[in-house]
Design a protein around this ligand. Structure first.
Ligand SMILES: NC(=O)c1ccc[n+]([C@@H]2O[C@H](COP(=O)([O-])OP(=O)(O)OC[C@H]3O[C@@H](n4cnc5c(N)ncnc54)[C@H](OP(=O)(O)O)[C@@H]3O)[C@@H](O)[C@H]2O)c1
Length: 156
C-alpha cells in the first residue's frame, strides 16, 4: 500500500476494523473494513487490484467494467494462487482484464530502493511484535494464525 502511494496511486486498502486507523495513518486514500463490507460488491472500480489475502474467488473481481484493469494474485493457499496461472489467459480474453499471479524476486537493487525510501521516511515499516530467538516457535504460531499486522522481527 505504501509503495503504491509512493508511486502516485490513489489507493483503496482492505483490512479489518482493528487495522483501519493504522492503514489510514500510512496514507491510504480509502479504507474498506472487510468484516463489514465486501469490496467486490461495492460500486468502486479499480485499475489495479493486488490481492494479498487471496480470499475471493476470481469470478468476484470488482474491476468488471472493461477498462483494462489488472488483477494480481499475490498471496493465498496454493490452489487459489495457481488459478490465475492456470486460467488467467482465458479470463483475460473473457473479461478483458489482465489476470495474473506475482512471485517476488528479491534483488539488491530493489532492497536498496526500499532502504532509501525508508531512510527518507516515505515508507514506514510496520512491526507488530519482536521475538527473541528462543521464542521462534511462538512467532511462527502467531504468523500462521494469519493476523500479524505488518511484520514480526526476530532479535539475534
Ligand atoms: N507472491 C509472493 O511473492 C509473496 C511473497 C510473500 C508473501 N506472499 C503471500 O502473501 C500473503 C500475505 O503475506 P503476509 O506476510 O502479509 O501474511 P500475513 O502476515 O499472514 O498477513 C496477515 C494480514 O492479512 C490480513 N488479512 C487476513 N484476511 C484478510 C482479508 N480477507 N482481507 C484483507 N486483509 C486480510 C490480516 O488482517 P486481520 O488480522 O485484520 O484479518 C493481517 O494483517 C500470504 O499468503 C503469503 O504466503 C506472497
Amino acid at each position: 500500500m505504501q509503495l503504491a502511494k509512493a508511486f502516485g496511486a490513489e489507493v483503496t486498502a482492505v483490512c479489518s476494523g482493528r487495522n483501519v486507523e493504522l492503514i489510514r495513518s500510512l496514507g491510504a486514500d480509502h479504507v474498506v473494513d472487510y468484516t463489514r463490507e465486501d469490496v467486490t460488491l461495492g460500486e468502486s472500480r479499480f485499475d489495479l487490484i493486488m490481492d494479498i489475502a487471496g480470499t475471493h474467488p476470481l469470478r468476484q473481481l470488482p474491476a468488471r467494467d472493461d477498462r483494462g484493469a489488472t488483477y494480481v494474485m499475490v498471496g493465498s493457499v496454493v490452489d487459489r494462487f495457481l488459478r490465475p496461472i492456470l486460467y488467467g489467459k482465458v479470463l483475460t480474453l473473457v473479461t478483458r482484464e489482465r489476470v495474473t499471479s506475482f512471485v517476488a524476486k528479491r534483488n539488491a537493487e530493489d532492497l536498496a530502493d526500499l532502504a532509501e525510501r525508508i531512510d527518507a521516511g516515505q515508507i514506514v515499516p510496520v512491526i507488530d511484535r519482536t521475538y527473541p530467538m528462543a521464542e521462534v516457535p511462538d512467532a511462527v504460531r502467531y504468523l500462521e494464525a494469519g493476523h500479524v499486522a505488518g511484520k514480526l522481527v526476530l532479535t539475534v
